[in-house]
Design a protein around this ligand. Structure first.
Ligand code: PMP
Ligand code: GLN
Length: 380
């Protein structure tokens, strides 16, 4: 068998979650909430099952759900999206991203990836026979250098994949960034794949600037979202992608043979739940409190924190604690010796560079954060 991904092992999320389990550690590594989702949402899904909505959903997704998503985009981003021809429900953001990359890339094409990048992007590009061209953004600001990005473009570049808010950088794009992306994408005729799964987790009064809200980008972008993130149900693996009709038609050609359709009762439940905008409009305030809670404890334990502008992750430097260890060694040491699991930053860089930074997930109950803080306190 010739491996499609000869250089890829098990993801860092599986590695660290398993280590946490093996050592009874509090798992602040893999990003998932440990609190319950809204009982009303569960009721909606149960109702759908009891009412017999247990067979295949329509291939692009339940129309009621797609209409509810269009309503949410109109309210939240002031954009008009046609639920019939522009929205497709997927098995999480991961499937949406793979499908989007498959639509944009043929063998030998290149895709620009901004590192540190979410771990599925580069392997998905490679598996498609295309080439990830990784551009390094450096901590602590992870600022975009548009000249550097433009210099990486070749006649084979077809796609740029972006993540806003960024995991693990936590960076939130400004409107200036977005306008620069629009200019570049137009000049070089690039397809933009925008991973916006953390769209609601933007802090300190900042606003999410979606590619959908910039007309020049709207015409050439596939925007990707995840209900796992928005409604604290990462195990449901339901998300969606939004793209203009011609691009959506291509996405659906693939989608129908990848999964055909996804979990029907959950789609009914989500459609009902989305009708109350408070279910997603209050998320930033809730998560900002969790961010500040963990940040106080990490600082007290001797970590130096990078600013966290979005997502539910906090990057922390351990230079004052164990400067002798690389990131993976530090994350393992913290798990086995102090019972708190984190994620090293290095797997998100193509070159594996070490910056003495680890990522903690704060999508946790206050009790969990307190317990983790108590375990880390002796580090100080
Ligand atoms: N993109 C980013 C940036 C993520 O952090 C994640 C993981 N939560 C995903 C995509 C995958 O989302 P899903 O679980 O819906 O496949
Ligand atoms: N997105 C999650 C994170 O960044 C992990 C998802 C996964 O385990 N594949 O932690």
């Amino acid at each position: 068998l010739r491996s499609r991904l000869p250089d890829v092992g098990t993801t860092i999320f599986s590695v660290m979650s398993q280590l946490a389990l093996d050592h009874g550690a509090i798992n602040l590594s893999q990003g998932f909430p440990d609190f319950a989702l809204d009982p009303a949402l569960l009721e909606h899904v149960n109702d759908a099952m009891r009412q017999g909505h247990n067979q295949y959903a329509p291939m692009p997704g339940l129309l009621a759900l797609r209409e509810a998503i269009a309503g949410k985009l109109a309210l939240g981003q002031q954009v008009t999206v046609d639920p019939v021809s522009e929205i497709t429900i997927t098995a999480g953001a991961t499937q949406a991203l793979f499908t989007a990359l498959a639509v944009g890339l043929h063998a030998g094409d290149q895709a620009l990836v901004l590192d540190p990048s979410y771990d599925s992007y580069a392997p998905a590009i490679t598996a498609l026979g295309a080439e990830p061209v990784r551009i390094k953004l450096a901590p602590p600001t992870f600022a975009l250098d548009w000249q550097q990005i433009e210099d990486a473009i070749t006649p084979r570049t077809r796609v740029i994949i972006i993540n806003n808010p960024g995991n693990p950088s936590t960076r939130v794009w400004s409107r200036v960034d977005r306008a620069a992306l629009a200019q570049l994408a137009e000049r070089y005729d690039l397809l933009v794949i925008a991973d916006e799964v953390y769209e609601h987790l933007v802090y300190d009064g900042a606003q999410h600037s979606s590619v959908l809200a910039e007309p020049a980008l709207r015409a050439r972008s596939i925007a990707v979202y995840s209900f796992g993130k928005t409604f604290h149900a990462t195990g449901w693996k339901i998300g969606y992608m939004v793209a203009p009709p011609a691009i959506t038609a291509e996405l659906r050609k693939l989608h129908q043979f990848l999964v055909f359709s996804v979990h029907t009762p959950a789609q009914f439940g989500l459609a009902a739940h989305l009708h109350d905008a408070s279910h997603w409009q209050n998320l930033a305030a809730e998560y900002q409190a969790r961010r500040d809670h963990l940040a106080t404890g990490l600082s007290a334990a001797g970590f130096d924190l990078l600013p966290c502008a979005g997502t539910y992750f906090q990057l922390a430097s351990y230079t004052r604690i164990r400067p002798d260890l690389d990131e993976l060694a530090f994350a393992k040491w913290l798990t086995t010796e102090f019972g708190v699991a984190s994620i090293p930053l290095s797997p998100f860089y193509g070159d594996g560079a070490n910056h003495q930074l680890v990522r903690f997930c704060f999508a946790k109950r206050p009790e969990t954060l307190d317990a983790a803080i108590a375990r880390l306190a002796p580090l100080a």
